[in-house]
Design a protein around this ligand. Structure first.
Ligand code: ZN
Length: 301
């Protein structure tokens, strides 16, 4: 992280906006930070009008089989977080405690549970859509904690953070038009808050050499757009929102059909809530009292 980023991190900590821990990419959020985050999240929800998304909420863990089914372990094995626990008897438990107290490795005494940390806010939604969609399709929203194993001191690179997600399922033309409409809504929403945002075609961080081909194809087909705002660096802006079409990937995987009986298409958009919040502090300063009146009026009506 360069000096600019280091100063921003120190400012966030000094103003108790974030509460650091010993683990890179894991920190607490202070009261003012949370207030701004929740108020932006409310504006993101209101930006759906006149559509009314179905509200859902999922825990930060998902079925391990779901992660396997969507191909995550093939595409992003380095980012996954699998939950482990102890399955042994009392003797084994004593051995585990002894090793922990002696400061010795004990990972071999633990085994995988049936859950993993959810890496993508929309994953738990798709299995709930199995079946035939109503005419016009469906629009679901959720605010979910997600996990990515990418420890870093850089404050926008968190191991765990919240995403406000909207998932659209329906006929191909409906879904594509929705993504493009919501990309424009996203730009307007962030601009209304005074953020210097721009859009760009993007790709996911697929693992390895095969991953580079997947990323290139994703870019070529314009499957993913991101909204970018300078937070840590002016030349390398931070993605604060992503707008994705999946064609029939999840429709086929989870047997989701549109009202005409064809395999449904899906799209999702997500706002990285902590990142948007940091972008606001970066753009308008670390004291919310000093923020421009029009921005304050939107967040604290
Ligand atoms: Zn998604």
């Amino acid at each position: 992280m360069d000096e600019e980023g280091e100063l921003f991190l120190q400012g966030l900590v000094a103003h108790r906006l974030i509460l650091p821990s010993d683990v890179p990419g894991v920190f607490g959020r202070g009261a003012v930070f949370e207030d701004v985050l929740e108020r932006f999240n409310a504006l993101a929800g209101a930006s759906a009008a006149p559509q009314v998304p179905e509200l859902t909420c999922f825990p930060p863990v998902i079925d391990r089989k779901l992660l396997e089914r969507v191909g995550y372990l093939g595409s992003f094995p380095n980012l996954c977080g699998c939950v482990q626990s102890f399955f042994g008897d009392e003797r084994g438990a004593r051995r585990l405690a002894d090793r922990v107290h002696a400061g010795e490795p004990y990972e071999d005494l633990l085994g995988p549970t049936s859950v993993v940390l959810n890496p993508s806010a929309c994953y738990p939604v798709y299995p709930t859509l199995t079946g035939t969609l109503p005419a016009g399709g469906r629009l679901i929203t959720a605010t979910n904690w997600v996990y990515r194993h990418e420890p870093s001191r850089e404050p926008t690179r968190m191991q765990s953070y919240r995403v406000r997600e909207f998932v659209r399922a329906g006929r191909p033309d409906e879904v594509l038009a929705w993504r493009d409409d919501w990309l424009a809504r996203g730009l307007a929403l962030l601009r209304s808050l005074g953020l210097p945002v721009r859009e760009d075609v993007a790709s996911d961080p697929f693992f390895g050499r095969a991953g580079r081909f997947l990323a290139a194809s994703q870019q070529e087909q314009k499957l993913k757009y991101e909204l970018l705002v300078p937070v840590i660096s002016a030349t390398r802006p931070t993605a604060v929102g992503s707008f994705n079409v999946h064609h029939d990937k999840f429709g086929s995987m989870f047997d989701i059909r549109s009202d005409d009986g064809e395999v449904a298409h899906t799209a999702c958009i997500g706002y990285g809530l902590e990142r948007v919040t940091m972008a606001l502090f970066r753009t308008h300063g670390l004291e919310t009292a000093d923020w421009p009146a029009d921005v304050r009026a939107l967040l604290w009506p």
